[in-house]
Design a binder for this molecule. Structure first.
Ligand code: FES
Length: 680
């Protein structure tokens, strides 16, 4: 290269250099480290290397580009354009040669490390750097005079054409290597998986000729109640389909500990549960591939995030040790496996599986995924992140240090063990307001945008009607009872006499608040009972106590912001959560929802192999706090039983929701109970 050679400036990177006339743009890009894709290695058949040359005056770059700065449109480009069509102004970077000073734009779809916007509402992006990639190669034909195996010649081709020094392939691939090579006339595309955990890349799949149907991966959030999957394009990062199914292990026990006890009580019970969940994952993979109209054998990677018990059951490890102190995991490290080892037969059997590391015996890979997605360790202010589910997983941290614990909230927040409770599905009350004057409720159900006191509500709700109350609905209901003065700080619900509303109905020794009664039409009668409130109190006390324990450990008594993660977190109203005392007191605008952060973390790990390294490092540095053996937990739990809290002040909450202070404890449950029974 010398000073008279043409100057090539790439945008958006701004990288520049001088190259002799006749240098292909792809070569110039590679030498400058410009991110320009290529699967065919410059043969003019993959079209991944598309670029847009700019002509005219570029004062910013100090370059004037004349017509003729690139070589003429050639026959290869002409053929590609006729067969597939190139966008106006585009050239193939491997065909166009530099002839004069030129400014070349690399469009996002031609970048290997393209950035994918994680979700519309967020500025965060996923940088594409997948572990599995496609390489087109021309392999030498066998020669009697120079006897070598097909695999060795494939390896040589990858070395010479792609600078990949070594590869490995398993027997099932070897068995298809020969026919595929011959079918492709010794031109093939291979999918190579380069894990950060293995030194040698592995051939996952091979296709004759140029493979153009893409590569896909599954990001799976394996929860105790549901299994959710995102089918993701490993080249573009685009989510092709998302789907979920119920975890069939529910039949062995609703919550994690009951599944552990099932394994303890029933010989072979753990294997039964392993089988059930693997079958479900296969069904889910089949369904999601069908929905996206993608051949399931093109799914070459899967990333799992799950809690420790699900982690062990997925891997086929008896979770019995997780049921008792010291809660030892068989392994907490991340794992790289083959789909076959997990009997994932619905996808490519050579697909690679990556399981995120667990943080501790009670804090799983799902929490690690939340940490990957929300990055508390990069936060300037102190963030409390709670992933609310059957078990709440809690992270507290900022740049200096991150702590984690889990807390056994139980399923009440999901609408289970609630008298009128149901899962979040059409017909479930998801939001409710109680008028502080009239004490009358109005509510919204899933499936309709209208409130129950708005015109057209009944028509919209339709024949399915109002069926029950889901997690966010019950949280709001209890908080509203408190704000309307129908329930006191201890969680005791008042009588009709004490509160002045006939909505309070006596039930045995206690009272219930009647939200909706459709019994006359054969429908349900939806109430909030004293038992429901107790269940919510237990759940919220566990959540708050876990957060407090982390705050103690960190030596603080307040946090700067709260992030509610989990699908459910997206539906909880910040104000109601705080009235209930689920979360510590912060200004309301400091409570945000992160949606399904565990699922997002799984997608990040699927699309970016560097993120796997990163989360493995982060997890090693997280301080683990074990709630089950920490004596202070019990103390915090008891204090958190009051609504919002017995001792902790909630000054920010008081600014937005002044709470009335009735007391319905009229002296002795027995006495009150007898009186109420006589009245009833
Ligand atoms: Fe494949 Fe240019 S690199 S078409």
């Amino acid at each position: 290269m010398n000073e008279t050679d043409p100057l090539v400036v790439f945008t958006p990177s701004g990288k520049r250099g001088r190259f002799p006339k006749g240098t292909p743009v792809l070569t110039a890009a590679r030498q400058l480290g410009v991110d320009l894709d290529s699967v065919c290695g410059g043969r003019g058949i993959c079209s991944k290397c598309q670029i847009t040359p700019g002509y005219g005056e570029f004062s910013k770059h100090g370059v004037t580009v004349h017509q003729g700065a690139l070589s003429e449109w050639n026959a290869v480009e002409e053929r590609y354009d006729q067969k597939r069509g190139l966008k106006a102004g585009r050239r193939l970077g491997c065909q166009a040669q530099v002839m004069g000073d030129i400014v070349i734009d690399v469009p996002p779809e031609s970048q290997v490390h393209k950035q994918v916007v994680r979700k519309a509402a967020s500025a965060r992006v996923i940088q594409m750097d997948p572990a599995t990639r496609l390489y087109f190669v021309e392999v030498d034909e066998p020669d009697m005079h120079e006897p070598t195996g097909d695999l060795e010649r494939l390896e040589r081709a990858l070395r010479e054409q792609w600078e990949i020094p070594e590869i490995t392939a398993d027997l099932t691939l070897l068995s298809k290597l020969q026919p595929v090579l011959r079918k492709g006339k010794f031109q093939v595309t291979v999918a190579l998986h380069q894990s950060h955990l293995d030194s040698v890349p592995r051939v996952i799949e091979i296709w004759p000729g140029l493979h153009e149907s893409g590569l896909y991966g599954l990001a799976i959030d394996l929860g105790s109640t549901t299994v959710a999957a995102h089918l993701t394009d490993l080249e573009s990062g685009e989510v092709k389909a998302s789907s979920g199914i119920m975890n069939p292990q529910i039949r062995f026990g609703e919550d994690l500990m009951s599944r552990v006890s099932y394994a303890m009580m029933n010989p072979g019970g753990d294997q039964e549960m392993t089988r059930a969940v693997r079958e479900a994952i296969n069904t889910l993979a089949e369904e999601i591939a069908k929905e996206a109209e993608i051949d399931p054998s093109l799914i070459v990677e899967t990333v799992f995030v799950c809690n420790p018990v699900m982690h062990h059951l997925l891997l086929g490890i008896d979770p019995v040790e997780l049921g008792q102190a010291p809660f030892a995991l068989a392994t907490s490290d991340s794992m790289a496996l083959e789909a076959r080892e997990l009997e994932l037969s619905a996808i490519n059997t050579r697909a690679r599986v990556y399981v995120l590391p667990c943080i501790a015996g009670h804090v799983g890979a799902d929490c690690a995924a939340v940490a990957l997605s929300e990055e508390p360790g990069k936060s300037e202010d102190l963030a409390l992140i709670v992933d609310v589910g059957t078990n709440a997983e809690i992270l507290l941290g900022d740049k200096s240090r991150v702590l984690a614990c889990s807390s056994p909230t139980g399923p009440a927040f999901e609408g289970a063990q609630i008298s009128s409770g149901q899962r979040a599905a059409p017909g479930a009350i998801e939001a409710i307001r109680i008028d502080p004057e009239t004490k009358e409720p109005r509510f919204r159900v899933i499936g309709s945008e209208k409130w129950s006191d708005e015109d057209g509500f009944a028509e919209e709700v339709g024949a399915g009607g109002i069926t029950g109350i889901c997690g966010s609905g019950i949280i709001e209901a209890v908080a509203e009872l408190r704000m309307a003065g129908l329930m006191d700080e201890s969680g005791l619900i008042g009588s009709a006499e004490a509160t002045g509303t006939a909505r309070m109905v006596a039930e045995g020794r206690t009272h219930s608040y009647l939200i909706h009664d459709a019994t006359a039409e054969g429908g349900p009668r939806i109430t909030v009972t004293q038992g429901d409130i107790r269940a919510i109190q237990l759940a919220k006390s566990a959540l708050y106590a876990g957060a407090r324990l982390l705050m103690d450990e960190r030596g603080v008594d307040k946090v700067d912001r709260v992030v509610l993660a989990g699908a459910f977190g997206a539906h909880i109203s910040a104000k109601h959560a705080m009235v209930l005392g689920m979360i510590p007191d912060v200004p309301l605008d400091k409570v945000t929802s992160a949606g399904n952060a565990a699922g997002t973390g799984a997608r990040i790990a699927l699309c970016n192999v560097g993120a796997r390294r990163e989360i493995e490092r982060v997890v090693r540095e997280i301080t683990k706090v074990e709630t089950a053996i920490e004596p202070k937990f019990q103390e915090h739990f008891v204090a958190a039983n009051a609504i919002p809290h017995k001792t902790d002040p909630f000054p920010e909450l008081a600014k937005v929701a002044p709470l009335p202070n009735p007391s319905f404890n009229t002296g002795g449950g027995e006495e009150g109970g007898r009186r109420r029974r006589r009245r009833g």
